[in-house]
Design a protein around this ligand. Structure first.
Ligand code: ADP
Length: 536
């Protein structure tokens, strides 16, 4: 810990809250710039909704949500319409303040008119969401899952999921919501921070019992009941990858603003906490993503009235220690050095074969033992590990990795979803001034001109009107007043508008894909022309 600041650069910076620190030019930081903003309830809902517009079926793991106060009329109208078309539909909604955590300010309602549209909602916007009424119950209790996910790199995208997580239980038996039980937080909200205050909370030394258990213990139970646990895992992996795909476009905008390409800067990685609810039919639903998941491995115990003591929590320890240990193993700067040395040795060996009978490389000789610590060792279980004479790998003796790579491993299955990433790449190209996150009117005009999007049906005057209309609306939502101009989501909306205009009869995702291909083609041609002119 450096409470008074640092003098020397570090290999790894482990920040408590966010990326920001004034002078990091190298190494790796355990936070991405903009992640905190991206996982707030409103921003996450917006990002997922953009993906739902493009791929409704693929993104049906997130409850239908509306943003308050601005979408209150839409919420009322849509609920009325759905009730009219299906009078048997008796929904419940959950209102969650933006930026809230630990269940703070959350309440359930049966009807849009029950929303407390008082002064507080104007000053503290919120998300209202369809409440999942039929969750999977264990021992008659509702529970959710906290899974740890390592975003190891944004470009190229690398995602790991921890093989085990936590299950956090309510402390009152669950009943479907009625007007009488709506306010019973110990029945409806699974937050540990709330339920710990219920007299029924059970601290257990056993990972299979109590109010906090390992997720693997739940899976064992489900499996013994005959549930298809493999399918459940693959649905969870798919949910995690799709959610991160929804977040990456804007994260890249933040990233280039804080760590401009071509300038010395650190790389980033981040442990995220995914909160997932299982429905009765075992479908996983995303509740939220935490940028700063608690890594505490102790809990407070009241020894006598008013006297508290921190005691170890075996369940937290089992899951969280493995996550942090393996994150460090995966981002280990020495591992990269060892890989480089290995490559160097390989190239030396080639030289031996080709040019000399005998080749002595001082660097190889001294570092040879280090080269033995390769990827295979990392992935092997303890039993598989070989010992290399007296020089053991630093990985030897450690348990096998709890973090499982899911991307790029499954990239082929998911890459077609990454359309907004490509729109973001266009946006970033036209941002111009380094360090900014918003596009000015000139940048937008240049984008339209360079991609050859204006024609007799779509004049430059209409381009300006489109820019002004959309930018004004997004800026009036009061998201970020620090900079003026068009934010990425506004650009995405404008891009979807242009795509719909140009490719009328196709489904939205095909319209957008066609327009991206069209823009990329013209920009590549332009780059080629500039290169040739430059050479000339
Ligand atoms: P917070 O950040 O305040 O914990 P969450 O979004 O995690 O907010 O919601 C708190 C709790 O409310 C969740 O842990 C879950 O038990 C319950 N919850 C949230 N959203 C829903 C939903 N759509 N359907 C059912 N339960 C929900």
């Amino acid at each position: 810990q450096f409470p008074f600041g640092r003098r020397l650069p570090c290999d790894i910076y482990w920040h408590g809250v966010s990326f920001h620190d004034n002078d990091i030019f190298s190494g790796q930081v355990n936070k991405f710039p903009g992640m905190m903003e991206m996982v707030r309830k409103i921003t996450l809902s917006r990002a997922v909704r953009t993906m739902q517009d493009l791929f409704p079926l693929e993104y049906n793991f997130y409850p239908r949500s509306w943003i308050l106060p601005e979408e209150f009329p839409l919420f009322v109208a849509e609920v009325r319409m759905m009730k009219d078309s299906d009078p048997s539909w008796k929904p419940t909604f959950i209102v969650k303040p933006d930026g809230g955590c630990q269940g703070d300010g959350i309440y359930l309602i049966k009807d849009p008119s029950d929303i407390r549209l008082t002064g507080s909602i104007r000053s503290r916007p919120a998300v209202v969401q369809e409440y999942i009424c039929k969750p999977l119950l264990v021992d008659k209790l509702k529970f959710d899952i906290r899974l740890y996910v390592l975003l190891k790199s944004l470009e190229p995208l690398e995602i790991y999921i921890a093989k085990d997580g936590l299950s956090r239980f309510c402390t009152e038996p669950y009943q479907e919501p009625t007007l009488k039980n709506l306010h019973q937080v110990f029945m409806h909200l699974t937050n540990y921070s709330l339920n710990i205050h219920s007299g029924n909370f059970i601290h257990s030394d056993n990972v299979n019992t109590g109010s906090k258990r390992t997720f693997s213990s739940i899976l064992c139970r489900l499996s013994s009941r005959g549930a298809d646990v493999k399918k459940l895992w693959s649905d969870i992996i798919s949910l995690v990858i799709k959610t991160i795909i929804a977040l990456t476009p804007e994260l890249k905008v933040y990233y280039q603003s804080d760590i401009p390409a071509g300038k010395p800067g650190p790389t980033c990685f981040q442990i995220l906490g995914f909160d997932i609810l299982l429905m009765k039919n075992l479908k996983p639903m995303l509740l939220e993503v935490n940028a700063n998941p608690s890594m505490r491995i102790e809990h407070e115990q009241e020894l006598s009235p008013g006297v508290f003591e921190n005691v170890p929590s075996p369940v937290d320890e089992e899951v969280k220690v493995a996550v942090i240990r393996d994150t460090l193993r995966l981002v280990d700067p020495q591992k990269k050095k060892r890989k480089d040395v290995q490559q160097h040795i390989e190239s030396c060996k080639n030289k031996i074969n080709i040019r000399y009978n005998y080749f002595m490389c001082y660097r190889c000789q001294t570092l040879e033992h280090v080269s033995e610590a390769n990827e295979e060792l990392l992935d092997a279980g303890p039993a598989d590990r070989r010992e290399y004479g007296t020089t053991r790998s630093p990985e030897a003796g450690l348990p096998s990795l709890c973090l499982k790579q899911v991307f790029p491993k499954y990239a082929k299955q998911f890459n077609y979803l990454r359309l907004v990433d490509r729109v973001a790449a266009l946006f970033i190209r036209f941002l111009g001034v380094k360090g900014t996150t918003k596009l000015g009117p000139t940048g937008f005009r240049t984008f339209v001109r360079n991609c050859k999007l204006s024609n007799s049906n779509f004049s430059m005057a209409s381009v300006d009107i489109l820019y002004i209309d959309i930018t004004r609306r997004w800026n009036s939502m009061g998201i970020d007043h620090k900079e003026s101009g068009m934010c990425l989501q506004a650009f995405v909306e404008a891009f979807f508008c242009l795509a719909q205009k140009k490719y009328k009869s196709l489904p939205l995702h095909e319209q957008v894909k066609s327009l991206i291909d069209f823009c990329e083609y013209h920009l590549a041609a332009l780059d080629e022309k500039r290169l040739v002119c430059g050479r000339g």
